[in-house]
Design a protein around this ligand. Structure first.
Ligand SMILES: Cc1cc2nc3c(=O)[nH]c(=O)nc-3n(C[C@H](O)[C@H](O)[C@H](O)COP(=O)(O)OP(=O)(O)OC[C@H]3O[C@@H](n4cnc5c(N)ncnc54)[C@H](O)[C@@H]3O)c2cc1C
Length: 369
């Protein structure tokens, strides 16, 4: 059977790979070149984690994704995933730590809990740290090029610099993985927004335990800082979903405003007493759904729309692809994806998880955990 994939970011490429593995005759449309920097999937690294604070519905996706990342690692000639382990820090009652514990409890995942001060000196003595093993770093650009090579080897027709027209008639199943471009679509524009966010690379003078693993830290004001080791002595850090700058997709990455960099440096210094040296910053797009959960919409029998990955979808692209391709084969929406059906937006009770402020920084406010 023929299948058309729209979009050649991480999700579209995984979709094409899973579809060709299942014997579909696949063509993939990408409006630019695979690996471009105008969407959401470019860059050196992304975080993988399993005890998912955002909700236990994601743990099943993590469990399905991990062996698929392992499969990609086994066929690639570059590093794909490195399980460094992860640290989560915050107040005992913070949504971050409560969420990690709830997911770990539901899925019986081993975690270690200890006083955060033993890891970072500058936090409240009641603050808590949790360590999990099934977390680490995915090498994003490597994954994109390994998936592209696999698809080409298997005969997937990859049509680069070819925009798939919105009004094209479906000739078999079509899976739209258009990232932030979905936020422009009349059906989805009320559900999703496309936002620019930045991440920053720093070197540091002496070894720091927390920089050996991926980490998420929630401050008393709710903001979540994340970081991941990229190369020895270099850490990549960003705020999750803050500050967000509404921006039409298609703008290539650019340097960050200076005050955003200083804000991150101050936050890290306040808890670790370490001074970071800024190396570079890059912009990328988050496609935020109204509740920051994914959107998987089987809009018609043949048209599937997957998006609204809200800044945390890279790690799950293999699972989403595997489940959607299975759903197409079985002509059904798999149960593991029901939580992401946009039918939930018909309720008025939509609460976003982390939006703290759009555009501007909470300047003058010391970040404490
Ligand atoms: C700064 C930053 C940090 C992040 N950190 C993490 C992290 O640590 N862990 C994690 O799991 N996730 C993370 N994410 C999120 C993750 O990167 C995204 O969820 C993921 O890359 C989205 O992939 P995508 O394929 O849906 O979108 P994209 O990569 O944007 O791909 C969509 C593609 O569709 C193409 N397209 C659109 N319309 C058409 C059309 N009509 N015809 C043809 N082509 C079309 C576009 O050109 C584009 O290439 C982060 C994101 C950012 C920005």
């Amino acid at each position: 059977m023929k299948i058309t994939v729209v979009g050649g970011g991480i999700l579209g490429l995984w979709m094409a790979a899973e579809a060709t593995k299942k014997g579909f005759d696949v063509r993939l449309f990408e409006q630019y070149e695979i690996g471009h920097a105008r969407g959401s999937s470019h860059g050196d690294t992304r975080i993988f984690r399993s005890a998912y604070w955002e909700g236990p519905e994601y743990v099943a996706l993590a469990e399905l994704s991990l062996p698929l990342w392992g499969w990609l690692r086994s066929i690639a000639d570059q590093p794909i995933i490195d399980l460094t382990g992860g640290y989560y820090l915050g107040g005992a009652g913070s949504s971050l730590l409560r969420g990690v514990e709830a997911s770990a409890r539901t899925y019986d995942m081993p975690i270690r809990k200890f006083q955060a001060r033993t890891l970072v000196p500058g936090c409240d003595k009641k603050s808590v740290a949790i360590e999990e093993k099934l977390a680490g770093v995915v090498y994003a650009d490597n994954a994109i090029s390994a998936l592209k090579s696999f698809c080409l080897e298997k005969g997937v027709s990859i049509l680069e610099n070819r925009k798939y027209p919105d009004d094209e008639k479906d000739d078999g199943p079509v899976v739209v993985c258009a990232g932030p471009w979905l936020a422009r679509h009349p059906v989805y524009s009320g559900l999703m927004t496309s936002n620019r966010v930045y991440c920053h690379w720093f070197s540091y003078p002496t070894p720091v335990e927390i920089f050996r693993k991926i980490f998420l830290i929630q401050g008393k004001d709710g903001r979540v800082l994340y970081g991941m080791p990229t190369q020895p002595g270099i850490i990549k850090i960003g705020w999750h979903n803050y500050p967000i700058i509404p921006l039409e997709p298609g703008t290539a990455e650019d340097g960050s405003p200076r005050e955003y960099i200083e804000d991150i440096k101050d936050a890290i210094t306040s808890i670790t007493e370490i001074s970071l040296h800024h190396l570079k910053s890059k912009g990328c797009y988050f496609t935020n759904s109204r509740d920051e959960n994914f959107v998987v919409h089987r809009r018609t029998r043949t048209r599937w729309i997957i998006g609204g990955l809200s800044g945390h979808g890279f790690k799950f692209a293999p699972a989403l692809a595997n489940l959607v391709v299975g759903g197409i084969a079985n002509d059904d929406l798999p149960p593991a994806l029901h939580a992401f059906d946009p039918v939930r937006f018909s309720s008025d009770e939509i609460i976003s998880r982390t939006h703290v402020a759009a555009g501007s920084l909470l300047l003058g406010q010391e970040w404490r955990i």
